[in-house]
Design a protein around this ligand. Structure first.
Ligand code: NI
Length: 181
């Protein structure tokens, strides 16, 4: 149960393809997820991937445990249930995409407009090895795509089509109280 330092863009570990988890329900896996949760909550993230705290394995967590609480970084965060997802696989149904602003704990102080698939299904396991299978859309789908990208060494700035829609929060949203990561 520790708030870990989050690796920042430029760290080579963030560009690695992470390893599959082979064994579930281990003390190591539970401890890693505790650390990820503490770190995500401390930084008010919508999600976090294991590589961001230096573990190159296929584990992401996202969503909000307390559905009534607002996340000041992402107003839609409460629409996503808290989820631990291990060895995730994403499926895209159609070509419908949507552009929206994203941030990342590994890219502090910045936001960018990223196109994402609007509708996806995802499959994976929780930390005990129970199967999770969902079809989601909108913000939920965006968060899952963002977090799973981390497992393949992809950060959101690498997906931005128009780099004029990428910049510093205090410049792009000067009068809004968006936390600076
Ligand atoms: Ni991120």
């Amino acid at each position: 149960m520790t708030i870990k330092p989050v690796l920042k863009m430029g760290d080579p570990l963030l560009f690695q393809v992470s390893e599959q988890v082979m064994t579930f329900d281990t003390p190591e896996l539970h401890a890693l997820i505790e650390d990820m949760l503490d770190t995500m909550n401390d930084m008010q993230g919508a999600g976090i991937a294991a590589p961001q705290i230096g573990e190159s394995i296929r584990v992401v967590i996202f969503g909000q445990q307390d559905q009534d609480k607002n996340n000041p970084r992402y107003e839609d965060a409460h629409t996503v249930p808290f989820t631990v997802l291990v060895n995730p696989e994403l499926t895209v149904f159609d070509n419908e995409t949507e552009e929206d602003w994203e941030g990342c704990l590994s890219v502090p102080g910045m936001r960018g407009v990223v196109p994402r698939h609007l509708n996806i299904s995802y499959k994976g396991f929780d930390q005990f090895g129970n199967l999770i299978e969902r079809s989601v859309s909108g913000f939920h789908a965006r968060v899952v795509q963002h977090e799973c990208d981390h497992l393949d060494g992809v950060l959101y700035p690498m997906r931005i089509k128009d780099l004029r829609k990428f910049g510093y929060i205090d410049t792009i949203f000067p009068n809004q109280d968006i936390p600076d990561d």
